[in-house]
Design a protein around this ligand. Structure first.
Ligand code: NAG
Ligand code: NAG
Ligand code: NAG
Ligand code: NAG
Ligand code: NAG
Length: 276
């Protein structure tokens, strides 16, 4: 190959790729500094959304701001986000479907990937029975507190550990297990509890904590001047710094996209030829 040709192509590659990758690095750092507020809630890492790209948070922690209400979808169930306690890794959620109507037509159990989330132990299970009718020849006790009406001839029942119900009196087509906090559980146990207590309990939400593995590297990244996020390719933790994206913090040598000039040049020169 003619030496000038080599020089020419190399120069072209450098001109095309280097500025692009430097801008991109700085851009990640900048985009992840965008504030994301939804209603009165500040959304912070590992959550992301609004004008922040996915690489500003953990891929599974996207928040959509709908009419100033932060929403998150987990395992295809949608939740309203009631509170985020990032230092303690706890998020309080309320099921969207139950918030809009306690009488679900097609009730589903919510599920969580147990590698990511656990239910906090201070909340309690509540079992919701739907499409219930009284068994022929039997009668319910007068106005049991844990019955809620759905339409003229069907009703629902809820039971908690402290609010039992004699289920042999009824047939119900479906049941799901949901969670309520302790304050709600006490209110639901009151003999004068009504459907309002149930809707308040659902609206009060329940909490899950996320595994430390999700964001345990974030503090170190922040201390080094970086902004926590993820690698757009792998989804793994990444620290976005002024001089590029690193895997742990801004001082580690492992710049993942540009920064170190030599590695940038090599990386970008080889990029067109290496498919990953
Ligand atoms: C609560 O419900 C979950 C399923 O949603 C179940 O795994 C767990 O064992 C229940 N806990 C208690 C105390 O019944
Ligand atoms: C929800 O989970 C409970 C307990 O695991 C189960 O008995 C019930 O049938 C499930 N409900 C639905 C609608 O899948
Ligand atoms: C529990 O839920 C109730 C609604 O019933 C709510 O007012 C309260 O703030 C919640 N408590 C906690 C600790 O989240
Ligand atoms: C939630 O917190 C409890 C207690 O701190 C801990 O044992 C559990 O592992 C946490 N769950 C997850 C998914 O990290
Ligand atoms: C990025 O900047 C930090 C401090 O400003 C420095 O320690 C680090 O070596 C730099 N990384 C690269 C790959 O240039």
């Amino acid at each position: 190959m003619h030496p000038y040709f080599l020089l020419f192509t190399t120069t072209i590659f450098i001109l095309i790729y280097i500025p692009g990758s430097f801008c991109q690095d700085d851009e990640r750092y900048r985009s992840c500094g965008e504030e994301f507020r939804c209603g009165s809630m500040d959304i912070i890492y590992p959550f992301w959304g609004g004008r922040q790209p996915e690489y500003c948070g953990h891929p599974s922690f996207e928040i959509k701001c709908e009419s100033n209400i932060p929403k998150i979808a987990i395992e295809s169930t949608s939740y309203e986000v009631i509170n985020i306690n990032a230092p303690n890794r706890i998020v309080t959620l309320a099921r969207d479907d139950l918030l809009s109507s306690i009488c679900l037509d097609n009730p589903k159990n919510a599920s969580f990937d147990l590698n990511t989330f656990s239910y906090v132990s201070s909340d309690l299970n509540i079992t919701l029975y739907f499409h219930c009718t009284v068994r022929p020849g039997l009668q319910l006790p007068p106005s049991p507190p844990n019955r809620f009406n759905c339409d003229s001839n069907m009703f629902g029942i809820y039971t908690l550990i402290n609010v039992p119900f004699d289920l042999s009196l009824v047939t119900c087509e479906e049941e799901i297990i949901a969670r309520v906090n302790q304050t709600s559980a006490v209110a639901l146990a009151s003999p004068t509890a009504s459907v309002d207590a149930l809707t308040r309990a659902i609206a009060g939400g329940f909490s899950v904590n996320w595994t430390a593995g999700i964001d345990s590297k974030c503090q170190q990244c922040r201390t080094s001047g970086g902004r926590c996020g993820s690698n757009p390719d792998s989804g793994d933790f990444a620290c976005h710094c002024v001089n590029g994206t690193h895997s742990n913090d801004c001082y580690d040598g492992q710049n993942q996209a540009g920064g170190n000039l030599l590695s940038t040049i090599t990386h970008n020169l080889l990029r067109p030829f290496v498919s990953r």
